[in-house]
Write a protein that binds this ligand. Sequence first.
Ligand SMILES: CC(C)(COP(=O)(O)OP(=O)(O)OC[C@H]1O[C@@H](n2cnc3c(N)ncnc32)[C@H](O)[C@@H]1OP(=O)(O)O)[C@@H](O)C(=O)NCCC(=O)NCCS
Length: 207
Amino acid sequence: MPPCSSRRSAVGLPGVLCQITWSTAAGELVAIEPRSDELARHAATLAAAYNDPHNAPLLGHTDDVDDDDVIAHYEDVAAAGGRNFLVFLDGALVADADLRKVGGGAAEFAFLVASPAAQGKGLGTRIATMIHAFGFARLGLDRIYASIIPDNTASRRVFEKLGYHEDASPVARAYADEPGDITMAIDRTTFERMHAQAMAEIGIAVR
Ligand SMILES: CC(C)(COP(=O)(O)OP(=O)(O)OC[C@H]1O[C@@H](n2cnc3c(N)ncnc32)[C@H](O)[C@@H]1OP(=O)(O)O)[C@@H](O)C(=O)NCCC(=O)NCCS
């Protein structure tokens, strides 16, 4: 099996699932690319999180989703070469995150801390750091984009803490999920400079 640390081999290849780990002051964070049985086991929890009345408008969701929709979404992201992660804190599912629209050395990042009660405590920033470490150091991405609803202050703040800047160039706008979204971007050099210590602590391996 090719290692997920190989830049070419990991992207889009079925069966090469990776795991990202980080021991933090908040606890042990583990992000896994789920097998289909693992995704099925957690799909109802994710659907409830996507449908949560606080989360849904921030995600741009107008209709409720069910387990099958969640699984179909993960499959669509993976089929297009993206990388989906379930994220656990001390063994409990707390979030999901993905790199989508992967191509040409770039990708879009999206994430969710499932429970509103768990938001605003630094988890989203740590999880975003883990997935960006994977994208830049292991997939060899040069740039990652984000599409944000303007009044999503928490999300925008996380991206600022990561080192993102607002980017309204035509290339960045191609990553906008909705015409009214703000687009932001970060390049590999900026991320590696700002998060060198985290990158040294974060472990990435084939599952
Ligand atoms: C966006 C999200 C993933 C961020 O995760 P999180 O765990 O809440 O993020 P963190 O706690 O690491 O950081 C949030 C930052 O926003 C700030 N913040 C949160 N809500 C805020 C508000 N209403 N006004 C001002 N700042 C706010 C927090 O103070 C924190 O900044 P600080 O560290 O400088 O104090 C999470 O809030 C979430 O899942 N939201 C719903 C889904 C969503 O919006 N996904 C992103 C789509 S682009």
